[in-house]
Write a protein of this length. Sequence first.
Length: 201
Amino acid sequence: MQKNVILAVIGALAVVLLVWAAAFARPYVLHGSEIDPPVPAPPIQLSRADGSGFDLAARQGRVALIFFGYTSCPDICPTTLADMKRVKAGLGSQAEAADFVFITVDPQRDTPEHTQSYVAGFNPGFIGLSGTEDQLQPVWKAYGVFREVQPGATALGYLVDHSTRSYLIDADGNLRLTYAYGTPVEDIVKDIRYLLKEGER
């Protein structure tokens, strides 16, 4: 009788171990909207506040989370940057291998200096980019960014309607994911951790 009980316990443990192994053997499922197969990220070459240039292609080996917005935005942009701040904090030391990039859709008001000052208010390590409209237009188009100036008598002068997705570039320079506005911070953190680990292979 005791032998049967022992065998039953061993069998139950074996089943638990098999279930546990199967769970951990499942492939990781990325969150957001996956670009499958991945495509090379469209080039980004824009001005930084210190006068240097930012070249996305030259930063391979790093993951980049990119958002297009403007510094006078009353709602979506500050909320998204606050979420990016939480993503960076959630990554801990791994954040050193990730870039957090904000590109203006309002070059008439957002100089490189003003854009960098704005994003630094959320995190000093964030990268704010601007340029002329002629420089920015190809970038907006390549990333499918919608932008439309809405003139009006507001305290801000005018508003800019714009798309609200964020873009995640992997360490090989491929566009891998886009995220809808309001995607849980934890999901983005998990995806970046996965892509950083993937880049080490």
